[in-house]
Design a protein around this ligand. Structure first.
Ligand code: CU
Length: 151
């Protein structure tokens, strides 16, 4: 079995970690049966979506008469109209944090960052801005070792 060189491994890791190469994702949250869920009906509802800064969340209505409204006092605020089956509302998240939202016909904002009833959360992870610095450090270390071996 041929092993990858340390430099090849580091370059691969750098490519995977680089935010410049990371494309924004489209994450779908479904609204049905008085739930928000990243799973479809019948798969068990998962109310929390975890995304990166720059990702877009789209709420897809699988039933009539739902909407998505952010609780007040968070870094980002959105409020969709009440929608019918098949309609979609999208929001691009830029600021890391945990965002609680609810459906205004079937839930409510508790005023303290939580919601009751039909509600969910979007977790926007911290920006991976430190990744290039770490990668550069590893690559520099790799080059030093190579030079020492050839002298
Ligand atoms: Cu609703």
């Amino acid at each position: 079995m041929r092993l990858l060189s340390p430099r090849t491994v580091l370059l691969t890791l750098a490519a995977l970690a680089s935010p410049a190469l990371a494309q924004p994702r489209l994450v779908t949250v479904y609204a049905f049966d008085f739930n928000f869920s990243i799973n479809r009906p019948g798969e068990g509802p998962i109310e929390q979506a975890i995304i990166n800064p720059g990702d877009r969340v789209q709420w897809v209505m699988l039933h009539d008469f739902h909407n998505t409204v952010a609780c007040v006092g968070q870094a980002e605020f959105w409020e969709s109209p009440i929608m019918q089956m098949g309609e979609v509302f999208s929001w691009d998240f830029t600021t890391p944090g945990v965002y609680t939202y609810y459906c205004s016909p079937h839930g409510s904002d508790n005023g303290d960052g939580t919601a009751t009833g039909m509600q969910g959360t979007i977790t926007v992870l911290p920006s991976p801005a430190t990744a290039p610095i770490l990668t550069l450090g590893l690559l520099t270390t790799g080059r030093r070792r190579r030079r020492q071996g050839t002298c």
